[in-house]
Design a protein around this ligand. Structure first.
Ligand SMILES: [Zn+2]
Length: 514
């Protein structure tokens, strides 16, 4: 099966993806530094490799997917000193929240999720290798500790990913106070620590690893040198990914490139500004899941190409509620898709059996639209994972499903049409399923989705299910006693609360708009 073309940051060009080993594709993604609650940017950074891995697997590839957890870091230490919680228990707690939220968000578990605290041996070994190769040097600190620095000058390829030149970088570098470093661009592989400080033993005494070295050490441990695809946010290109390349390739000068493809996802902007700690405009995943379904967040982020910026807007309503209009809109689309699938299923129940007969000309336009939508989605995914096209195709398929159901409704007594429509209904349903599998959408059944979104929307509006149910029961009683004025009044009261009713042979079903 054809594999996608991926825009490779290394070459600044789209390149057809061909695995190094046809038996196994290796994908590494830089995971979070776990010192705080995950935010929308984390969701986006996890989504891109998740879709890549799903799509490659759907194309018949065996993929090993690695996403690390940075559980040793100065930010974790600083937060732990503020809160009094030991650093590794703080990071373990945050890592658990991250994992739970990524699950809810529909991301696959990576095959390996290595933590720094469990890979000190590999990190120390790689640092020692770099020292032996003359690419790293030891700095003795006045307090008696020893740091190890990577010598940027020792690696001629430095700047290849970010396309920066060393002399330009040096001009841009802040005036370095640290006179023990040989070059202002040199970065720490190992930071010495005093006996009472957070650290681990090493050949250079007690200390902690620098940030960049962990990804070089852990990717090598699980995927080997020269693996296929390295993913991460655009903000990591420099210096993090540049440094990963320098470390890995300086340690094995004759082993070729550290990673073959580099794919980078764009930023999430909140109210037109880049989301950042200093602006305090972080939207946490918990905030979003309070108001919206995880499927809606996924749809929203997928509707933009992974390399483009996502505009995440917030709006404060007159009642003080903060909403995310873009995610609300996405949620309405997910509602529509589920409702369309529900209608297709209704078409397939009862005595209608799909048969392989000719669809006939009166359904030809719908069949054509459904096939076009699948082909367009596949083309989009092959073209650098253009999920926005695939998401639009799901919309087309939902429209095709409704058109089909409407046509059957209009000719309710046409048994032949129903039988032919059932064949097409199965095809549309399967096409929706195929695209949803690539995107990781529709992981919950329609029933589960409807129940959980209804509960969430009721909670957001301060409505209790009991209150709604009581009014529905009262309306049914009014209808039974033919008190239609009262029944209409009750319905209007519910409408005013945002609740809509649908009377079915099995009873009244209620829902709440986003
Ligand atoms: Zn990394």
């Amino acid at each position: 099966m054809k594999l996608p073309t991926l825009y490779n940051t290394l070459s600044r060009r789209p390149e057809p993806f061909v695995p190094k080993d046809p038996q196994r594709v290796g994908v590494y993604c830089c995971g979070p530094t776990v010192y705080d609650l995950p935010h929308a940017g984390h969701a986006r950074a996890a989504l891109t490799p998740d879709v890549l891995v799903r799509f490659l697997r759907a194309r018949g590839q065996t993929v090993t997917y690695v996403r690390n957890i940075t559980d040793v870091d100065d930010k974790i230490l600083a937060r732990s000193q503020q809160t009094g919680q030991p650093p590794l228990s703080l990071s373990a707690k945050m890592a658990e929240i991250y994992r739970d939220q990524m699950h809810a968000f529909g991301c696959l578990d990576p095959d390996h999720e290595p933590k720094v605290s469990e890979h000190l041996d590999q990190i120390v070994e790689l640092t020692a290798e770099l020292e032996r190769q003359g690419a790293a040097y030891v700095v003795e600190r006045p307090e008696g500790t020893r740091d190890v620095y990577f010598s940027v000058r020792s690696f001629p390829g430095y700047g290849m990913l970010s396309r920066r030149r060393l002399d330009e970088l040096r001009v841009g570098a802040r005036v370095e106070k640290d006179t023990l470093k040989r070059d202002p661009l040199d970065f720490a592989l190992w930071k010495g620590a005093l006996e009472e400080q957070w650290g681990w033993p090493s050949p250079w005494g007690r200390g902690r690893p620098g940030w960049h070295i962990e990804c070089s050490a852990m990717s090598r441990c699980y995927l080997g040198h020269g693996f296929d695809i390295h993913a991460g946010g655009m903000d990591l290109i420099f210096p993090h990914h540049e440094n990963e390349i320098a470390q890995s390739e300086a340690a094995r000068p004759d082993a070729g490139p550290f990673a073959r493809f580099w794919i980078h996802n764009g930023f999430v902007n909140v109210d037109k500004e880049k989301m950042s700690k200093s602006l305090g405009n972080f939207v946490t995943i918990s905030d979003i899941f309070e108001r919206n379904d995880p499927e809606a967040l996924r749809w929203f982020l997928l509707s933009v190409h992974y390399r483009g910026p996502v505009q995440f807007d917030t709006e404060t309503l007159s009642d003080g509620r903060v909403i995310f209009p873009g995610v609300d809109e996405a949620e309405r689309r997910v509602d529509y898709l589920h409702a369309s699938l529900g209608r297709l299923e209704d078409l397939l129940v009862g005595d209608v059996r799909p048969s392989k007969r000719d669809l006939g000309t009166d359904l030809g336009d719908i069949a054509h639209a459904a096939r076009q939508a699948l082909a367009a989605a596949e083309q989009g995914m092959l073209d650098d994972l253009n999920t926005s096209v695939a998401v639009a195709s799901l919309g087309e398929l939902a429209r095709a499903a409704n058109e089909l159901c409407d046509r059957v409704m209009q000719r309710r007594k046409d048994v032949d049409l129903r039988a032919r429509a059932a064949v097409l209904a199965v095809e549309i349903r399967d096409n929706i399923g195929t695209i949803s599998d690539w995107l990781g959408l529709l992981q919950a059944s329609g029933e589960v989705y409807r129940t959980r979104t209804r509960e969430r929307r009721a909670r957001v509006r301060g409505l209790s299910s009991e209150l709604v149910q009581d009014k529905i029961t009262a309306r049914q009683q009014a209808r039974q006693t033919r008190d239609f004025a009262r029944a209409d009044r009750l319905r209007a009261e519910l409408t005013a609360l945002g609740v809509s009713l649908r009377d079915t042979p099995e009873g009244t079903v209620w829902s709440i708009e986003v």
